[in-house]
Design a protein around this ligand. Sequence first.
Ligand code: 5AD
Ligand code: SF4
Length: 466
Amino acid sequence: MPSDASPPKKRLLIRTWGCQMNVYDSARMADVLAPLGYAPTELPEEADMVILNTCHIREKASEKVFSDLGRLRGVKEEKAARGERMILAVAGCVAQAEGAEITARAPYVDIVLGPQTYHRLPEMVARASRAAGAVIETDFPAEDKFDHLPETAAPSGPIAFLTVQEGCDKFCSFCVVPYTRGAEFSRPATQVLAEARRLVAGGAREIALLGQNVNAYHGAGPDGREWGLGRLLREVAAIPGLARLRYTTSHPRDMDEDLIAAHGELPQLMPFLHLPVQSGSDRMLQAMNRGHKAADFHRVVEKLRAARPDIALSSDFIAGHPGESDADHAATLALIREVGFAQAFSFKYSARPGTPAAGAGPQVPEAVKDARLAEIQALLRDQQEAFNRSRAGAVMEVLCTGPARHPGQMAGRSPWLQPVHFDGPAQLAGQIVPVRITAGHPNSLAAEWLGGAAKAPPSHQEIRAA
Ligand code: 5AD
Ligand code: SF4
């Protein structure tokens, strides 16, 4: 192709907050803009376009966007004084929730786009370049954005993310997701499998299937039937060359028998599951509209452990949901003690405008929320540290992701998603290598490389035959 046919080089900076779905969306936005000549940069000063991909889940996450916008305004004005243009876009869930309020508060923003419209970015960029006013696209368009996105570029490392499901119909009392991400939607299985094959061909060794409610997956299968997540996992696991598989985030209510069975059948499915429970109190679980009791969660955990004895669990907890008493809080601590978590996230309840809990009473005083959160976090920290320590001496396979901070040291991920550090050559990046754990630290594992790389993962046929 003659060089004058290629678009002029421009620089794109994307900042991402929030969940892994946003990380995936940011990568796809970069894919959509690449044909327009946008190449990545880390520096706002050299960016022709900056996209802030935002998170609305808690108030703190939302507020960070506006402080970042304030800083970028200065950069944009300096560039304008030099006769250079910088397009400033706000994407993601804050964009979806606040829409035109963003440009009212920050009139120098050029584009506001919700998570369902990023396939229309090129058109929005063209409109923003022409128009004086802001371009706002926060509807839920009739067309499927996944049908209008370019095929994924090569994954940036051995771990790839793949969105299979979006949105949520659960309407937990505290959560903005059903409003910002909209109704539950599952991508057809054929589309997911094609993307997974492209990722593996591009060098991915591990794929994490993503969805706000990923185990509610019910995509159309090529056989004309609806596939659940268990079925989808089995087919993705069968892709030759794919060594590891995960999925996140799940709801306890949607852990069906087939999905639990898949944990026992698929060696590629890693023995670590993020399963948010939010509270250990039945009263609170009901107030939160979670649709299950603490005992149901215990039963799911029991079944998972029966299917895959080495499975470790992660979860999310909220401290201080409206109406939470000392007894409710104690029930959460009791559940944490009984189940035992390898890792977990915990948050102070944050009232989100428009959600049922925001108007519910009585709201828990800040100081009480702080104290309860501190107790939950101390317990979870102890459990995580104990879990990491318990790995000392173990031999395990680690997916090497690349060099660590110290020279000569490599970093990787254990099957339980723990960061692992060990001395080894740079050529190990992207390989699954055997290591012996020498020490378990609060947030990571130290290891020694045992030499060589692990053998290729077994094929689906081998697993079925075994
Ligand atoms: N306040 C505090 N935590 C919240 N989460 C979701 N909404 C809120 C809120 N309003 C937490 C839940 C969820 C995780 C992604 O964020 O624990 O599982
Ligand atoms: Fe939010 Fe998860 Fe509840 Fe859906 S299931 S409303 S995403 S917390």
